[in-house]
Design a protein around this ligand. Structure first.
Ligand SMILES: [Fe+2]
Length: 226
């Protein structure tokens, strides 16, 4: 299984290189992501993953995959097709006031990282799926983060409404450490690759009272969640 994941990771690294050369995101940040992706130790044993979980949000996966083909033939889509089937999809959040709005329309799976098939303490990479018209609630974390949109469209709000980004397949979205952000999808499901670096085990803090409120942190963070 490692060779499948490795091909996907290298395809992501190559895409970051291409994006950085076009000035698409903070250059230094992308360079650091690429360095870490290419420093993953592929000689370590694959981890034994827990049995597949029941993840209601996966009902959106087929639609998201179909939308991903809009990117056209490219190494990342070719590698993605193989990785979809080995991704350890999960929801990992307990139901609560802040998670309820998206929990049934959400799935994520880490391929490389502190909890992934291939362990890394330095970087986390995986897939992230949201259903249509779904909000992934406002949160922040110490790790910097890059999403690469494979399918669907979504609005990212960074640091509140002062910085709103509309993302389409092929776009990169960079989130700085501790920058508050949320994601709102459009009419189609959204599939993205996420990467975390610096401290991929750093917690996420989600905020109470809905998106863009001044609520307090309501939940002890779970490790390594984008
Ligand atoms: Fe995030």
């Amino acid at each position: 299984m490692k060779h499948i994941i490795r091909a996907f990771v290298e395809a992501v690294a190559q895409m970051y290189v291409a994006k950085a050369e076009r000035g698409y995101a903070p250059r230094q940040e992308l360079d650091e992501f690429v360095t870490l992706l290419r420093a993953v130790d592929w000689s370590t044993d694959e981890q034994t993953m827990p049995p597949p979980a029941i993840v209601p949000g996966l009902r959106h996966l087929q639609g998201a995959i179909a939308g991903g083909y809009a990117l056209g033939p490219c190494p990342i889509v070719d590698a993605l097709r193989l990785c979809i089937g080995v991704t350890p999809w999960e929801t990992y959040y307990a139901e609560s006031d802040w998670s309820r709005p998206f929990l049934g329309d959400f799935a994520s799976g880490e391929l490389v990282g502190p909890n992934g098939f291939v362990r890394s303490a330095d970087i986390s990479l995986g897939l992230f799926l949201l259903g249509p018209n779904t909000t992934y609630t406002e949160h922040a974390h110490a790790s910097s983060e890059v999403y690469y949109l494979l399918s669907g469209e979504a609005t990212w709000r960074l640091d509140r409404p002062t910085n709103t980004l509309r993302a389409r397949p092929g776009d990169l979205i960079h989130t700085a450490p501790d920058q508050r952000h949320d994601i709102r999808t459009g009419a189609d499901p959204m599939l993205a690759v996420f990467t975390w670096k610096a401290d991929p085990s750093a917690p996420s803090y989600h905020f109470a009272n809905g998106p863009w409120s001044d609520g307090v942190v309501v939940r002890p963070p779970l490790v390594n969640r984008p």
